[in-house]
Design a protein around this ligand. Structure first.
Ligand code: HPA
Length: 240
């Protein structure tokens, strides 16, 4: 049973899926974070690997960039492969002064300039929100961890933009004013797909740059350590 974008056999993909944006990151997660991971699909350079994490079957598959790309993979996983939970594990730009580069943001809700919040329910803007159980599992794990250095974990709303280069300071200022923590390009699409498919989702994001001060230079080693923290939090959300 292949779909247009996934060639795995039925049962090849676990009910729990980690979803970074970058396909190379997905491969690294398969090789270094999951146990006994094997490649079960490879279409358009988007591989899907299935292995185990702490003894529980878990898959990893990239979303590509943006809501349009993510919604294809998330929908096919939920609708045709029996996936129950997807946790996005990616990066975001900081919007609020309360977050710093290297911090982790757990997105309990996602604002968006995408039509994804209005397409399905005419006249209604859907609230795009994380799964409560996944959120609780991720937050419990984050609070039990020593993040190292000064890095902290925040829980709050993120902004999923269809435009990386929109460059509208008035938009980000307004979002900052209503407590939005960071900007990325996928979480709202993931929360919408989960709602439409009767499934669950969460986004765990490492702050890789900050819109206010232009900071963003993390060394390769720091990126790896910080990303490892986010991965553990994300996996705890999937297992919760
Ligand atoms: N904008 C959108 N997506 C992002 C950013 C950003 O500044 N940083 C990381 N992902």
């Amino acid at each position: 049973m292949a779909t247009p974008h996934i060639t795995a056999e039925p049962g090849d993909i676990a009910e729990l899926v980690l979803m970074p944006g970058d396909p190379k990151r997905a491969q690294r997660i398969a090789e270094t974070f999951l146990e006994d991971a094997r490649l079960v699909s490879d279409v358009r350079g988007i591989g899907c690997w299935t292995g185990t994490y702490q003894g529980t079957p878990m898959s990893v598959m990239a979303s590509g960039m943006g809501i349009a790309s993510l919604s294809i993979y998330a929908t096919e996983l939920f609708r045709f492969y029996g996936v129950k939970r997807i946790c996005r594990v990616g990066t975001c730009g900081g919007i609020s002064s309360s977050v710093k580069v290297r911090d982790v943001i757990i997105g309990n809700a996602a604002h968006t300039n995408s039509n994804v919040s209005t397409l399905y329910t005419p006249g209604v803007t859907m609230s795009l929100a994380a799964s409560f159980d996944m959120l609780r599992g991720a937050v419990d794990e984050a609070r039990s961890m020593d993040l190292g250095g000064e890095a902290r974990v925040h829980v709050g709303a993120v902004y999923s933009s269809d435009f990386f280069y929109l460059g509208r300071a008035d938009v980000t200022e307004g979002l900052d004013h209503v407590g939005t923590l960071g900007v990325e390009m996928e979480a709202a699409g993931l929360y919408a797909c989960a709602a439409l498919e009767g499934a669950e989702a969460l986004a765990v994001l490492t702050v890789s740059d900050h819109l206010k001060d232009g900071s963003g230079d993390m060394s390769a080693e720091e990126r790896e350590t910080t990303f490892g923290t986010a991965l553990r939090i994300a996996a705890a959300g999937l297992l919760a």
